[in-house]
Design a binder for this molecule. Structure first.
Ligand code: HEC
Length: 475
């Protein structure tokens, strides 16, 4: 009706065009931005490929796009710019609203775009090696989400260089996301005991954590640019962590991981691990902040960032404070959702000169008003690996000036990690798993040497003297 009035008023063809239709306006948006997940067999609860599918949910689609709840994309615009950003433009959102408000019309069938074609099978090409879960993993229809770590015994007799990791969910109805870690020390085999998998939440259950690839619905395979292949050394196992979400009925999964091998990397890479274990959130506190940071020891370019916390975290902000006083925003997530975590690859590498301080600030809501709070009533929450614990972590993947810098960078960044530990730890003997047993012994000795007043703690001055000494040796 309203449309007829509009037509009558304007009386032109242009006005007729202005009433959006599925075929002319909406299908292209849905095919481009929603179909990766909203198609049969994919993670979303319904398909949005046909007019009927979309029209009966027109109002709901208008609401979730207006709220920017869909497509799921957590990074705030203006704070870091990323590859494969999943955001509708304001104009697209307005068009959907207009369509829903005007009777969600189908329009001229001749204008209907061809539905997108999705490559079945391996997206990055035929893998050189495929690992498939040895047995089907069975998930009951209801109950809590499960996090399962599957050991991938690589049994390598020489180092390999992985160009692409491609995770293929066996059963998309229950596989929510997957992360691949590397395990050089056989820790995962031990955790798996006689089987080949074990329960794990957050991390793989051992340290130091080294994440090599990740997959989330709607994502593409991790393909390394030439020269940046991932080295998997002889003796290393991979660990595939899968997050399962029950679908309402009992289901099985047998997922696979494919790898394509390439040449030895020629570009220096490093991983900056930012982590705080000084987390003590009182029950009921709805605005608990955790801050930590790390100083970048060489000129680097940041390639990707992966923020990580559990259910209570609400807000995550990571900024780089450059030596010239300027600030580069790396990422800001205002409504963290554990279920939509992932790696964010910068659209352009972000230059972080030596001396840049990367600062992380996460905020947690441990009140009963937080629907994601796993404890009712709320309880005091501390650092830990369980669902009911919290974490404040970010992985920053960086490119170094040259491959020859890798070893020095690894040592230097390890020291920066120790510096943060010394500055924040409640107990200097409670070492995080990232500090190896050998390093612990040396560190204990160094702490006792530099603790001039022998109070078992290092004040800022003592810590600085110790760090200057260690940094000079790590050049
Ligand atoms: C990356 C995967 C993905 C993409 C892309 C995506 N969705 Fe979704 N969508 C989901 C999942 C999964 C759910 C189920 C709810 C959840 O897990 O958050 C969902 C739920 C919904 C719902 C139901 C919300 C509710 O309140 O129950 C609507 C409507 C919706 N999506 C519309 C869209 C539209 C429109 C687009 C594109 C503009 C889109 N989605 C893009 C994965 C996706």
């Amino acid at each position: 009706m309203r449309q007829l009035v509009m037509l009558g008023l304007a009386g032109t063809l242009a006005a007729a065009d202005a009433t959006p239709t599925f075929n002319h306006d909406i299908a292209p948006i849905l095919y481009q931005n929603c179909a990766t997940c909203h198609r049969p067999g994919e993670v979303a609860p319904f398909s949005l490929l046909t007019y009927q599918d979309a029209a009966k949910r027109a109002k709901q689609i208008a609401t979730v796009t207006h709220l920017r709840f869909m497509p799921p994309w957590k990074a705030e615009p203006g704070y870091g710019s990323f590859q494969n950003e999943r955001r509708l433009t304001d104009a697209q959102i307005a068009l959907i609203a207009d369509w829903a408000a005007n009777g969600a019309q189908e329009g001229d069938p001749a204008e209907k775009p061809t539905p997108p074609v999705f490559t079945e099978g391996w997206q990055a090409g035929q893998p050189d090696k495929v690992f498939t879960l040895a047995q089907k993993y069975s998930l009951p229809g209801d109950g809590p989400d499960q996090y399962r770590c599957f050991v991938i015994p690589m049994n390598l007799d020489h180092d390999v260089y992985v160009k692409s990791f491609e995770f293929r969910p066996g059963n998309r109805r229950i596989v929510h996301h997957a992360i691949v870690f590397s395990d050089p020390n056989g820790a995962a085999r031990k955790l798996a005991g006689n089987g080949n998998s074990y329960s794990c939440f957050g991390g793989p259950g051992f340290g130091p954590v080294n994440m090599v690839a990740g997959w989330a619905p709607g994502g593409s395979p991790s393909v390394a640019p030439k020269g940046m292949e991932v080295v998997v050394t002889k003796g290393t196992d991979l660990v595939l962590q899968i997050h399962y979400h029950p679908s309402g009925k009992a289901e099985d999964d047998q997922s696979s991981l494919g790898m394509i091998f390439g040449d030895a990397p020629t570009v220096g890479r490093g991983m900056v691990f930012i982590n705080s274990r000084a987390i003590h959130i009182p029950a009921g506190d709805d605005h608990y902040a955790v801050k930590t940071g790390v100083t970048i020891p060489q000129d680097v370019e940041a390639l990707a960032i992966t923020p990580h916390a559990h259910y209570l975290c609400k807000d995550m902000k990571i900024d780089a404070h450059l030596p010239d006083g300027s600030v580069t925003h790396l990422i800001w997530i205002k409504d963290w959702d554990f279920n939509w975590q992932g790696q964010y690859c910068f659209a352009q590498p972000v230059k972080l000169p030596k001396g840049t301080r990367v600062e992380l600030e996460y905020t947690y809501d441990n009140s009963s008003a937080n629907v994601r709070n796993p404890s009712h009533p709320p309880v005091a929450v501390h650092w830990g690996e369980q669902t009911t614990d919290e974490m404040a972590v970010a992985f920053l993947s960086v490119k170094l000036a040259s491959i020859a810098d890798q070893e020095t960078f690894r040592r230097q960044i390890g020291l920066e990690f120790i510096n943060e530990f010394l500055a924040q730890a409640d107990d200097l003997n409670d070492f995080p798993p990232e500090i190896s047993p050998q390093a612990r012994a040396r560190l204990r000795m160094a702490i006792s040497l530099f603790d001039r007043n022998h109070d078992g703690k290092l004040d800022d001055e003592e810590r600085k003297t110790l760090m200057d000494f260690l940094r000079a040796r790590a050049q």
